[in-house]
Ligand binder design. Structure first.
Ligand code: PLP
Length: 441
């Protein structure tokens, strides 16, 4: 029996009611779909249907790096849509070639091939698949504190509660990465934390059996798990250990890439070169879904003789590619990565640190560029995480002040678009300050 669509006519103009009636939402919104529709946006601002103009300190899923409705990106998508709105992967396509070349030039030297996907999760799926094929080994080692996506192998590689029991897959092993504020290793300095974390990783490798391990997969900066900045020498150490045992190294730049940290890739601030890099989000700020895998030349070369069994109908879709080209060109032309670096260094970092002086709930402020976590605690000595109700009160008070704020457990993640000006950043920090005071935090 079909659905009686005439019943919808009464709610045809009500985005929220229509949405609730027929859209089965993803996990972010199943319980708490925002009651207000977003009509449009510009830069770091979102326009709600109730007339409010909101300062976005989230970039949604930390992906709208270039801000809302960037005219060059909208034009690039339109232009590609008018030229060729769809074409399969069997044909060469100029937008795809240009997008690959623009993305590859952001990677270290010797990374010349890009495999396009539709998002970050399938980028990681394919990176792990490639590593397993190249090495002939099975296991993937990843951090307990990480998120790599919500598909089969990607959610199995994810370390925390988001990896549900029915997601356990063969061949995934987790280990601890550095987190000085809540050190697993009882370290008191970053140097000590780094050294002990590397010793721990090497022990895990030895216990698992080095010749069973295909790759170590790590976010360059663990994002949703807490924007935890690794010590300066950590990745260099991981690189040395992985080389010693013939293990590949995959760097997940899905959230941290394309300007978020004030660098094109977050790995640029560390002294190492992985074998594979995955990306998505910021490559075109989510204007059209896209992601991908950048392969170092030896990894790509392996597939000269072996067919790589990856690819979906829409991988490398021309509209997504047009959006990547326009986004990358605009980011370079408008010096958006430098802007993220400067705003982080001059305004967000010092501004958020200053909040800690009169908000005793602030346990730690950490980050770089437009990628910051403010970790809240009930007690600075015990570091007991601040309760959920207090966190939600801060979000509600921020909403009253027209500030969109994202919280993850006991942390506020301050992740505005990379185009945010110094004045807008200062305004956002001032609103956050007021919201925390109003929430009694
Ligand atoms: N990797 C990281 C580091 C992420 O933060 C995310 C999403 O937040 C993903 C992978 C998954 O990306 P997607 O949601 O586009 O599949």
């Amino acid at each position: 029996m079909g659905h009686d669509c005439s019943a919808d006519e009464t709610i045809w103009d009500d985005a929220y009611a229509l949405d609730r009636a027929h859209v089965f939402h993803s996990w972010h919104a199943q319980r708490n779909l925002h009651p207000t529709e977003v009509v449009t946006g510009h830069g770091v601002w979102l326009n709600y249907a109730d007339g409010r103009e909101m300062l976005d300190f989230t970039s949604q899923q930390v992906n709208v790096n270039i801000g809302y409705q960037h005219p060059a990106v909208v034009a690039g998508i339109k232009q590609q849509a008018e030229l060729l709105a769809t074409i399969g992967p069997d044909y060469a396509n100029l937008a795809r070639g240009r997008a690959a070349s623009l993305v590859a030039r952001r990677a270290p030297q010797g990374f010349d091939k890009v495999f396009f996907t539709n998002a970050g999760a399938d980028a990681n799926e394919n990176a792990m698949r490639a590593a397993r094929l190249v090495t002939g080994r099975d296991k993937i080692l990843s951090s307990y504190r990480c998120y790599h996506g919500n598909t089969g192998a990607a959610i199995s590689a994810t370390g925390d509660w988001r990896r549900k029991p029915n997601d356990y897959a063969r061949g995934h092993v987790h280990f601890f990465t550095p987190y000085l504020y809540r050190s697993e290793f009882f370290a008191t300095t970053q140097e000590e934390e780094c050294e002990r974390a590397l010793t721990h990783l090497e022990h895990v490798i030895q216990f698992e059996g080095p010749d069973t391990i295909a790759a170590v997969l790590l976010e360059s900066i663990p994002g949703t798990a807490g924007i935890i900045i690794p010590p300066k020498d950590y990745f260099k150490g991981v690189r040395e250990i992985t080389r010693k045992y013939g293990i590949l190294m995959i760097t997940d730049e899905v959230m941290a890439g394309f300007g978020r940290t004030g660098f094109w890739f977050a790995l640029d601030d560390y002294d190492y070169t992985p074998d594979i890099i995955t990306f998505a989000k910021g490559c075109n700020s989510g204007y059209v879904p896209a992601g991908g895998v950048i392969m170092s030349d030896p990894v790509a070369k392996y597939f000269d003789d072996v067919v790589f069994p990856g690819g979906l109908t829409y991988s490398g879709h021309p509209l997504a590619m047009g959006a990547i080209v326009a986004t990358q060109e605009a980011m370079e032309r408008e010096h958006i990565v430098d802007n993220a670096h400067n705003v982080g260094q001059d305004v967000l970092g010092p501004g958020l640190q200053a909040l800690a002086e009169h908000h005793p709930t602030i346990g730690e402020v950490r980050g770089k560029g437009v990628f910051w976590a403010v970790e809240l605690v009930a007690d600075r000595t015990t570091k007991e995480p601040l309760d959920d109700a207090s966190m939600q009160r801060i979000v509600a008070e921020a909403d009253k002040l027209n500030l969109v704020l994202g919280v993850h457990n006991n942390r506020i993640h301050v992740t505005p678009p990379c185009v945010i000006s110094a004045e807008e950043a200062a305004e956002g920090v001032a609103r956050l300050d007021k919201a925390m005071t109003a929430a009694g935090c």
